[in-house]
Design a protein around this ligand. Structure first.
Ligand code: NAG
Ligand code: NAG
Length: 685
C-alpha cells in the first residue's frame, strides 16, 4: 500500500500546482498604531512570547511544532491589544489578521509514506499568554484550556475528531469561547473569476505555504475567514462568514497569537508571515521577505518535471484513490494496537481497541468515572453484548515486566469471587494498557466514608458487611487460589460497591507492574501512605502480611470514618492507628467510632473491628493474623485475643517512626504515593 503512494503523491502535487492559476499579489491599506507586521520572523523574537516547542528558526520561520509526536507550541505577540472600544467598554472592536502558514507532514510526499499530519493549528486571541494547561493532539494546545471561554480562535484542523464534532479531516473552524466550533467548512476558496469553490489541502503536500485572513467587523458583528493558495489575491467571497458577537468572549485587553499541537503522527506547523491590526486593515506583508520552507527547492525541481502533459482525469482518479488510502490509514491509526507473539495464548482475554473505543464513545470525558490509582477509568457499554464495563487506561511505556504482568492479569481473569472486581480482559497500545472490568454502579467506598459527591452516610451494619466482604475477597486471593496473589494496594478507594452495595476489591496486582522498573538502590515502594507496612517500606518486598497490614488500616478507616494519615496543624502528620491506640490506652475505644453514626452501632462488633485493626497494624509481620484468622474473628467463630500492654507500646513506638520516615512522593504517572525509607532506621526496635 505504501509503495503505491509514491507515484500517486507526486501526481497529486502536480495536480494541485496546475490548479493554482494566476499569480496575483494582494495589498492592503495603511496601518495604524495598533498594528504590526512580520514578513518573516528573523527579527521578531523580542516581540513574541514563546511556549512549548514554539521557536523561530535560523531562516526566520516561526515553527510552532517540530517533527515530534504529542507536542504543542504557543506564540503570542508580547504586548496585549485593546479589544474593547474603551477600557471597561462592552463592544469588541473590529480587527483583521493576515498570515501565511504551512502544515508539513513528517514524511514528505516523495517517500514511501502517506501524507498525514496531526492535529492542527489555530490563530487565537486569548486573555493571557500562558495556556499551557491545554492538551496536545485534538485539543491543539488551546481547546481544553480553562481560558477557552475567553478565547476566540480560527483552527486549521487536519484530523477529524468525533468528540469535538469535527466535520472532516481538512477543515477551517471558528471558535468563540467554546471547544466546539461555531462554524466550520472544508478548506478551500471561492475563485473570484467564476465564484466556483476550489478545495485546498491544509496539509502542504506540495511543500507550499497557504494564505489566511481573519476579519471581524465590530459594528456588523461579522466574522469572515478566508483562505487562498500562495500567489492568489484575497478572494472577495470568504470561506466562512458568520454573524457572531465577540464582545462577550474577548477580554478588554487580549493577546493575539498561534497555537498548534501534534498527536500520534509528528508534523510541523509553521507561520511564515503575520500581520494584524485592531480597527483597521492588517498591514501588507512583504512577500519578497518571507522565509522559505524547509526543502522547498527540492519540491519545486521535482514538480517541474512532472508538470507536462498529464491528463487531468487521471489526476482526479488518483486524487480520489489517495484520499481513500489516507482515510483508510487514518482509520487504521485510530484503532492501532500492539500485539506480540507471546500474547497469542491470551487470545480470549484480548479486547480490540476499536471495541473499547466504541464502548466509551472515544473515551469521552463524560464517561470518565475517575482518575487515580494508575490511570483514568471510563464507563463503557460493549457494542456487541451491551454489557456495562469500566475501562482503565494505564499508561505504560516499557515492555519490561509487561509479559509477566499480563499473564498474571489473565490468570487473575480466571479468578472469580463475589468480592473481587471481575477483570474481563485487556488491550494493549503503544505506551498504554487498557484493562476491562465489571462496572460497579455505586463507585468507590472512600466517597461514602468521607461524604464526597453527596454520597449518603453508611450505617454500621453496612460497614460491618463491607469489612467482611473485603476480608473474604482478600482471603480468597491469599489462600483460595492456586497461587498466592498479593494485592499490594488494599485501601478504601480500591473497594468498589455494586448495585446491591456488595463490596468488591479492585485493582489487584496493578502495583506490581510498577515494581519492575524500581530502582534497586533506593527501595521505592509502591503503595499508599498510611497503608505501607514497615517491612515493605524497608525491603520493598510485598507479601500477604503486608496486605494484612493495609487491611488493618482499612478496618480503622471504615470504623472511624477518618483518613489513615491526617496532617494536623500542631502535631504534624498523625496516623489514625496512633489515635485509636491513644483511646485504647484510656479504655475508651468506642469514642473513636465515627461520630456521624451518632452512637447507632453494635458495640461488640465495633470493638472487634477496631482491635483487629490494631492487630493487623502490628509492626512485626509475624504478630499479625492471617486473613484466614481475620475471617474467623470477624465471623465470631474464634474469640479475639487480648492485646497486651507490650503490644500496645510497641505498636505506638513503631508507628511514630514509620510515619516520620514515610515521606510521600508522587510518581509522575499517578496519584499513588510511595514511601522511601533508608534501611535500618525504622527497624522498630
Ligand atoms: C475599569 O474597571 C476597574 C474595575 O472595575 C476599575 O478599577 C478601573 O478604574 C476602570 N477603568 C476605567 C478606565 O474606567
Ligand atoms: C465579510 O464578507 C462579506 C462578503 O461575503 C462582506 O460583505 C463583509 O464586508 C465582510 N466583512 C468583513 C469584516 O470583512
Amino acid at each position: 500500500m505504501n509503495l503505491l503512494l509514491l507515484p500517486m503523491s507526486s501526481f497529486l502535487v502536480a495536480f494541485v500546482l496546475l490548479c493554482l492559476g494566476l499569480n496575483l499579489l494582494g495589498f492592503c491599506d495603511a496601518s495604524n498604531d495598533k498594528s504590526f507586521v512580520f514578513s518573516g520572523f528573523a527579527a521578531a523574537g523580542a516581540n513574541l512570547v514563546f511556549d512549548g516547542t514554539a521557536m523561530v528558526t535560523q531562516d526566520g520561520l516561526l515553527e510552532l511544532t517540530n517533527n515530534e509526536a504529542n507536542i504543542k507550541g504557543h506564540v503570542f505577540y508580547r504586548t496585549p491589544l485593546q479589544f474593547k472600544e474603551s477600557p471597561n467598554g462592552t463592544a469588541a472592536q473590529s480587527f483583521s489578521a493576515a498570515f501565511i502558514f504551512a502544515i508539513l507532514p513528517a514524511v514528505s510526499y516523495n517517500s514511501n509514506n502517506p501524507v498525514i499530519s496531526t492535529d492542527g493549528m489555530a490563530f487565537i486571541i486569548a486573555p493571557r499568554t500562558n495556556i499551557s494547561d491545554a492538551g496536545a493532539a485534538q485539543f491543539m494546545g488551546f481547546l481544553d484550556s480553562v481560558a477557552m471561554n475567553q478565547t476566540f480562535a480560527v483552527e486549521m484542523d487536519t484530523v477529524q475528531n468525533m468528540e469535538l464534532r469535527d466535520i472532516d479531516n481538512n477543515h477551517v473552524g471558528i471558535h468563540n469561547g467554546s471547544m466546539f466550533s461555531l462554524d466550520s467548512h472544508p478548506a478551500g476558496f471561492y475563485r473570484d473569476e467564476d465564484g466556483t469553490f476550489n478545495s485546498l489541502s491544509l496539509i502542504s503536500s506540495d511543500g507550499k505555504a497557504m494564505q489566511a485572513w481573519v476579519d471581524y467587523d465590530g459594528q456588523a458583528k461579522q466574522i469572515n475567514v478566508t483562505l487562498a493558495p500562495m500567489g492568489v489575491a484575497k478572494p472577495s467571497k470568504p470561506l466562512l462568514s458568520n454573524f457572531s458577537d465577540l464582545s462577550a468572549v474577548l477580554t478588554d485587553e487580549a493577546y493575539v497569537g498561534f497555537s498548534a499541537a501534534t498527536g500520534p503522527m509528528p508534523s510541523q506547523h509553521c507561520v511564515l508571515a503575520w500581520s494584524f491590526a485592531v480597527n483597521g486593515p492588517a498591514p501588507p506583508i512583504d512577500f519578497k521577505k518571507i522565509p522559505k520552507l524547509p526543502n522547498s527547492g527540492h519540491h519545486e525541481a521535482l514538480v517541474k518535471d512532472l508538470e507536462i502533459g498529464l491528463p487531468i482525469a487521471a489526476f482526479v482518479l488518483i486524487l480520489a484513490t489517495c484520499i481513500t488510502v489516507i482515510l483508510l490509514v487514518r482509520r487504521h491509526l485510530t484503532y492501532a494496537e500492539l500485539r506480540e507473539d507471546w500474547e497469542v495464548e491470551f487470545g480470549p482475554h484480548r479486547f480490540s481497541y476499536k471495541e473499547l473505543f466504541k464502548a466509551t464513545e472515544g473515551f469521552k470525558s463524560k464517561h470518565l468515572l475517575g482518575a487515580g490509582g494508575f490511570g483514568k477509568v471510563y464507563k463503557g457499554v460493549l457494542p456487541k453484548s451491551g454489557t456495562e464495563v469500566a475501562v482503565k487506561r494505564v499508561s505504560h511505556d516499557s515492555t519490561q515486566g509487561l509479559k509477566e504482568f499480563i499473564s498474571e492479569v489473565v490468570s487473575i481473569g480466571h479468578l472469580r469471587h463475589r468480592n473481587l472486581v471481575q477483570l474481563l480482559g485487556y488491550c494493549r497500545r503503544k505506551g498504554e494498557l487498557l484493562l476491562v472490568y465489571d462496572y460497579m454502579p455505586n463507585g468507590s467506598l472512600d466517597k461514602y466514608l468521607y461524604g464526597e459527591d453527596d454520597k449518603p452516610l453508611l450505617e454500621w451494619a453496612q460497614r460491618f458487611q463491607i469489612v467482611k466482604d473485603v476480608a473474604s475477597g482478600l482471603f480468597y486471593l491469599h489462600e483460595k487460589w492456586q497461587q498466592v496473589v498479593v494485592h499490594r494496594d488494599v485501601k478504601a478507594s480500591n473497594v468498589l460497591l455494586d448495585g446491591g452495595m456488595v463490596a468488591h476489591l479492585g485493582d489487584f496486582g496493578l502495583a506490581r507492574l510498577y515494581d519492575h522498573g524500581a530502582d534497586l538502590q533506593t527501595t521505592h515502594v509502591v503503595g499508599t501512605m498510611g497503608y505501607i507496612a514497615p517491612e515493605l517500606a524497608r525491603t520493598g518486598k510485598a507479601s500477604p502480611l503486608t496486605d494484612v497490614f493495609a487491611f488493618g488500616t482499612f478496618l480503622l478507616e471504615v470504623t472511624c470514618g477518618r483518613r489513615p494519615v491526617v496532617d494536623t496543624v500542631h502535631h504534624g502528620r498523625k496516623l489514625l492507628v496512633d489515635r485509636v491506640l491513644e483511646y485504647w490506652r484510656r479504655d475508651s475505644l468506642e469514642e473513636t467510632v465515627d461520630s456521624r453514626l451518632q452512637g447507632n452501632y453494635n458495640v461488640d462488633e465495633a470493638r472487634i473491628v477496631l482491635t483487629l485493626g490494631l492487630m493487623c497494624s502490628h509492626p512485626f509481620p509475624g504478630e499479625r493474623p492471617t486473613m484466614r484468622q481475620v475471617m474467623q474473628y470477624l465471623d465470631g467463630d474464634v474469640p479475639l485475643p487480648e492485646l497486651t500492654q507490650a503490644d500496645k507500646s510497641l505498636l505506638s513506638l513503631t508507628q511514630k517512626q514509620t510515619s516520620f520516615d514515610q515521606s510521600a512522593l508522587q510518581y509522575p504517572w499517578s496519584g499513588t504515593s510511595i514511601g522511601t525509607m533508608t534501611p535500618g532506621i525504622s527497624a522498630g526496635r
